[in-house]
Design a protein around this ligand. Structure first.
Ligand SMILES: Cc1cc2nc3c(=O)[nH]c(=O)nc-3n(C[C@H](O)[C@H](O)[C@H](O)COP(=O)(O)OP(=O)(O)OC[C@H]3O[C@@H](n4cnc5c(N)ncnc54)[C@H](O)[C@@H]3O)c2cc1C
Length: 488
């Protein structure tokens, strides 16, 4: 640091004091600061690592380090986990064993391709190997876990629900931070300071803060429609999830200006839900599927293929995405009752929403086999009336017969989370585009594709918060080790 600061201690502007600047140095102009305001000296020097972003990844990392400065753009910490159910993907747990579910790392690896669309990577293996430790640490934070939903692809329950949901997790992570962690909210970082081949600090609206270690924990980019469309190939801009300002893609913007490596950017986990239309401000209007609604999902054969009570699921997207023509069959009466009064004006028939006088005409409009659809609707009436066990696992009492004017929604995508992002090594060190480590620069959580791009395959998996926490803890330990080795 001293050498760096000495190199900067001149009256000439930053751009002029080392010529030429390293290719990946982020200049003041790129950060939006006027170059006239540029100063060669830092406005503040942090003797602890700077963590950019106070979501679960940044908070876990801060807890592991014990000493850190967390710069959070928002007025509160917690990131998107504040909206999250907080479901955690865990295997081989006591909760599973108590429910008679035989599962472990090997079973999960064998399931991985069916679950995520791609073979496991080394990072996947490392994450699964650390699974028991992640569970133990969450429980040690004082958070009891219970089993969540059945995975619709593998039929296993691996989601674990933390008491208090995502906010409960955030509160526990914050509660465990020591006194030497400063949480500085309402402090957006505008750019990275990278000098002489290594991280040297960050820019904020209050100037340059120098630090030896900088960790990017800014989350993903699913709220950036331009980036989602560019990398995923589907028009996801209409529907968003949670606060539209959080998954802001800052890490990718910095990657572009600073020459950081990225990978698996097309691996975007999407939820499919009964969202046939976009409401005010592009926010998805969600049809309330609680209780025992008359909804079933069918494919081009008119056949059901999934337990519809698990519609809020990344892995369900994989299952539905593999079919060319998927529709949610319901009735006009049910739809009208389920959509809020403000949403009803948006409920117009179009490409994604159709009603018809009878099932055969509806099937014709949808391009679905009419005989298959008729038989499926009849069978649903049977499950509903007799409370019989559905072969696909949907509980009998949640079925309702489809009486009324038949209608169909095309279930829509909601881009939910990123499984690609900044390239990192096995400890979370950021890599440049040639694959070389940038000393002092690290990336964790969704900014690094849940800890390592490609870890979650093509589609991702539900409960990836477990990987977010794992990556924060793993990188915290690696930084602490480096600091200890250098006597810092
Ligand atoms: C409604 C909803 C439900 C979800 N449910 C689940 C679930 O049940 N299970 C699950 O596994 N996942 C779920 N997720 C996804 C999960 O919340 C995220 O994957 C997780 O929060 C990512 O953690 P993170 O710390 O990497 O990033 P984030 O939580 O996105 O946090 C990043 C933080 O960085 C801050 N930041 C960004 N840019 C800057 C900047 N330039 N300067 C300073 N700060 C900055 C942001 O304000 C934010 O606080 C859900 C998400 C939503 C929206």
């Amino acid at each position: 640091v001293l050498a760096l600061l000495a190199a900067c201690a001149s009256d000439t502007p930053l751009q002029a004091d080392t010529a030429p600047l390293p290719r990946w140095t982020v200049t003041e102009e790129e950060t939006g600061l006027a170059s006239a305001d540029a100063t060669p000296l830092p406005d503040e020097v942090s003797d602890v690592p700077i963590i950019i972003g106070g979501g679960p990844a940044g908070l876990a990392l801060a807890g592991e380090l014990g000493r850190a400065l967390v710069l959070e753009a928002d007025a509160v910490v917690g990131g998107r986990a504040r909206w999250a159910g907080g479901f955690l993907f865990l295997v081989g747990t006591p909760e599973q064993a108590a429910a008679g579910i035989a599962d472990d790392e090997a079973v999960a690896l064998a399931d991985w391709e069916a679950l995520t669309g791609a073979q496991p990577t080394d990072a996947t293996r490392a994450f699964l190997a650390a699974n028991a430790d992640v569970r133990a640490r969450v429980v040690d934070l004082g958070i009891p876990l219970s089993l969540g939903r059945t995975d619709p692809v593998t039929g296993r329950i691996r989601e674990h629900s933390p008491a208090g949901g995502g906010q409960g997790l955030v509160d526990a992570l914050v509660g465990a931070l020591g006194e030497e962690v400063e949480l500085r909210v309402s402090t957006p970082v505008r750019g990275l300071v990278l000098r002489d081949g290594r991280a040297a600090g960050v820019y904020t609206d209050h100037g340059w803060i120098a630090a030896d270690n900088v960790i990017i924990a800014t989350g993903g980019f699913v709220d950036r429609a331009d980036l989602v469309e560019l990398h995923s190939g589907w028009a996801a801009g209409e529907w968003r999830l949670g606060d539209p300002t959080l998954a802001n893609g800052d890490a990718l913007d910095w990657a572009e200006s600073a020459g950081l490596g990225t990978a698996s950017l097309g691996a975007i986990g999407a939820y499919r839900d009964l969202l046939g239309f976009a409401g005010p401000d592009g926010q998805a209007l969600q049809v309330n599927t609680g209780g025992a609604p008359p909804w079933i999902w069918v494919d081009a054969d008119g056949a059901r293929f999934v337990n519809e009570s698990a519609t809020w699921s990344v892995t369900l997207s994989r299952l539905a995405g593999a079919r060319s023509n998927v529709w949610a069959i319901t009735t006009l009466e049910a739809v009208t009752g389920a959509v809020s009064p403000e949403g009803r004006p948006f409920l117009v028939e179009g490409e994604a929403f159709h009603c018809a006088a009878d099932l055969a005409s509806l099937a014709d409009t949808l391009g679905v086999d009419p005989a298959g659809l008729e038989a499926t609707v009849l069978s649903v009436g049977t499950y509903a009336e007799r409370l019989a066990l559905d072969p696909l696992g949907r509980p009998g009492p949640t079925f309702a017969p489809l009486f009324g004017t038949p209608c169909a929604f095309r279930p829509g995508y909601v881009a939910a989370k990123n499984f690609g992002g900044l390239s990192v090594d096995a400890d979370g060190r950021a890599l440049d585009t040639s694959g070389a480590v940038i000393p002092g620069l690290w990336a964790v959580g969704e900014a690094a594709g849940m800890g390592s791009p490609g870890l979650g395959g093509t589609w991702g998996f539900d409960g990836s918060l477990a990987a977010v926490l794992w990556s924060g803890w793993r990188t915290g330990a690696a930084i602490a080790e480096e600091q200890a080795a250098s006597g810092g």
